[in-house]
Design a protein around this ligand. Sequence first.
Ligand code: ATR
Length: 279
Amino acid sequence: MKEAPLKAAVLGHPIAHSLSPRLHGYWLKHYGIDGSYTAIDVAPDHLENWIKAMPELGYKGCNVTIPHKEKVAELMDELSPVANYLGVVNTVIVREDGSLYGDNTDAYGFEHNIRSHVAGGDEALQQLLSHTLILGAGGASRAVIVALESMGASRITITNRTKDKAEKCAAIYNIETMPWNELQLQDVTCVINTTSLGMKGQPSLELDIDALPEGALVTDIVYNPLITKLLRQARARDLKTITGIGMLLHQAVPGFEAWFGQRPQVTSALETHVLAGLE
Ligand code: ATR
């Protein structure tokens, strides 16, 4: 008997602009898998019903995005250590017995994006991360901190428009803070923008990076536009830059593997395909 096609989805509200169907659709075709990955617009009031119905509806799991990532964590039977730590789920796996396992792959995605762009192994990485400055103290920022710790970053400083949030984060993760309006960049080796500044439709990030030392790394988790003003400024100074699209591509790997049984590769062809879907 022919097996039923494998099904997965992304749940969000709104969801029309999600690049995830394009990303997973590419891999499904590339690996010749009989499966589907669809975008489902789920209003907050219907989230619990949708999540609980996933096993019955034949889904292997789903991604969850804004505004559901925190609520979904409360609906899981079990959380991965990192999802539990962050209190945020972006990947749901329906297990053989129908129970729901929640994971957070954002830290994984950030780490693998950085690793894939830095030659020279852990030593080079640790040199680049010897003093990292994180801009922003929201959910994305906390995933980035987890990733930086996993990569062995020795000194991490956080700055945020709303000072209280930076201080709260700094206390949880035992890192330093810097005032948003008085950034000292002279000994910073890596700058990471985790705010929404620079994203299409948002104001750009106004940061004078002249004081950053030669050889510093500048990265942005914003990927629409791909080259933000921050990255443009860094390139004009010949600093190393890493765009945000790789984090999106890499965070999708563990979910795809769990749902469709194939560990997918992140390639430049995939990146080109996904970027063509940006509006
Ligand atoms: P995410 O989960 O994607 O990180 P979030 O939790 O809403 O989203 O966090 C958004 C981040 O962007 C915050 O650090 C926010 O700063 P505040 O805590 O001060 O709100 C930052 N941000 C958004 N708009 C900003 C702006 N106009 N100027 C400076 N920071 C901004």
